[in-house]
Design a binder for this molecule. Sequence first.
Ligand SMILES: [Zn+2]
Length: 82
Amino acid sequence: MQPPICFLCDKDFRHSEGEGGLIYFALTEKDKEWHNKQREKGFVGHPPEAAWFCGDHYPEAKKLGSLTRPEAMKKLREIFSL
Ligand SMILES: [Zn+2]
C-alpha cells in the first residue's frame, strides 16, 4: 500500500492523524485485470483503483467514488482548477 500522499495535490499527510483517507473507485477493465493477476499470482501491491486524498480533497473525492479513478481525477481537477 502506498503512503498517504494526496493523489490530487501531493500533500504528504502521513503524520496528520485523522486527516483524509483512502478511496476505492470503480474498477476499469485494466484494474480488473490487475486484480485477476493478483489473485492468480498472489503478489501484494497498491490496488490501481485506490487513491489517497488529503483532508481538503477527500470529501469531494468521496462523492465521486462510483466513477473510475481516471474519470474521478478528471472531475476533481476541474472542481479544484488543478
Ligand atoms: Zn489534496
